[in-house]
Design a protein around this ligand. Structure first.
Ligand code: SF4
Length: 388
């Protein structure tokens, strides 16, 4: 069995490699197309079924000095589009045959336009997603989007769409989702066994691996943590971290939160494998199944219109299920979807009397002392004065 330190160091190398060495190797081995995608969700199953490697792009962390990327955006815009531009201009992403920009916010929409100007020979696809969840309206619209995306991939040299291949790909991604769900559930039960900083690095590594290898990695990680008898509980406060669904915090920030006395028992990181909550059926019309899962089985997100439900209800339900004793609102600076939703989410959490605190970050934040003091004080106050 591969040891946990060996798995972690492999995953961290994949996470740190913004030149996408693993993707270059895959392309050299298979000759297939590699298509990048911006957060939060794209139907990776469809790409896989056509022989395409989906590659998650989540910025450049704190590892890259942004020089040209800043020139494309105002100062009051989040950081991830700047680092993505920088990566594009410095050649780090040149192994990608295209990029999909899912509809998240105006920043991503604008980035898709800039990308089209900068890289006119590559596939640039803005993936519009429905905000109406009726099968006859939003469902038809989304199916058209997916069929057109599929045709674009074929025109670039991918295999043509074939329902049997899509069913097989859905089954594989169901397996990956189940593994991630299992790890999240184990972390809720025994957070000392699955430190969030470690789990996070594993999930980031899966962004650049083919799904088959991602499954192997998470399988090995699960076996490793199940067998890790030396991991013992500490007297830490259980917190749910929310707001970090697109631009990701630096790993140093996650480690700082853990060192300041918090067990993160639920979070919004790397949502692509958790966007669809349960297994997608593999029988019948697989493209219809993908569409239906998006309409009726996706997580609540600030980027998604809530028509029937109540804002904050899912967050409160996650707080209950995870046994969180506090909520950290942890959003990227200038992130419109997260920060516009935050007051409504705070109001919802306050109805439950669960304490909360809030701070902002940027993917290249380098100083954590202030956050350490704030989170440490929050964790101590939970331990000293919580009703439990
Ligand atoms: S961090 Fe927020 S504002 Fe920036 S691109 Fe992502 S969702 Fe949009």
């Amino acid at each position: 069995m591969t040891t946990l330190p060996a798995l972690s160091s492999r995953a961290e190398a994949l996470y740190r490699d913004y030149k996408l060495g693993a993707v270059r190797d895959w392309k050299a081995r298979t000759g297939g197309l590699a298509i990048g995608y911006m957060p939060i969700y794209i139907p990776c199953e469809l790409l896989h079924a056509q022989g395409v490697l989906p590659v998650g792009l989540l910025g450049a962390r704190d590892d890259l000095e942004i020089i040209k990327g800043d020139a494309y955006y105002q100062s009051y815009i989040c950081h991830i589009p700047r680092s993505t531009i920088e990566l594009g201009l410095n050649g780090s992403l040149d192994c990608l045959d295209g990029v999909i920009f899912p509809a998240i916010c105006d920043v991503i929409r604008n980035l898709s336009g800039i990308w089209q100007n900068l890289f006119p020979d590559k596939l640039v696809r803005y993936l519009d997603v429905p905000q109406n969840f009726s099968p006859n309206i939003g469902g038809r619209f989304y199916r058209d989007e997916l069929e057109s995306l599929s045709a674009d991939l074929t025109a670039r040299g991918a295999r043509a769409y074939d329902p049997a291949s899509l069913s097989a790909s859905i089954a594989l991604y169901n397996r990956l989702r189940a593994l991630v769900r299992g790890l999240y559930a184990l972390r809720q039960e025994a957070p000392w066994k699955v430190p969030t900083s470690e789990l996070y690095i594993m999930l980031r590594a899966t962004m650049v691996l083919p799904v088959e290898e991602a499954i192997d990695l998470l399988d090995a990680y699960r076996a490793g943590v199940d067998a890790a008898d030396d991991r013992q509980p500490l007297d830490q406060a259980r917190v749910l971290l929310t707001g970090s669904f697109c631009e990701q915090p630096p790993i140093g920030l996650i480690r700082t939160l853990e060192r300041s006395g918090c067990y993160i028992v639920d979070d919004d990181f790397v949502q692509v494998h958790r966007w669809i909550k349960s297994d997608i059926p593999t029988e019948g019309d697989p493209l219809g199944n993908l569409v239906q899962a998006f309409l009726s089985d996706a997580i609540a997100s600030p980027t998604r219109y809530i028509d029937q439900g109540v804002k904050g209800a899912e967050l409160n339900s996650r707080v209950r299920t995870s046994g969180a004793e506090g909520v950290l609102f942890c959003a990227p600076s200038f992130c419109d979807p997260a920060l516009l939703d935050q007051p409504m989410m705070v109001r919802a959490v306050e109805t439950t009397r669960v304490p909360w605190t809030a701070f902002k970050y940027s993917e290249n934040t380098g100083q954590f002392q202030v956050i350490r003091e704030q989170a440490g004080t929050f964790a101590d106050s939970i331990k000293l004065w919580s009703e439990a």
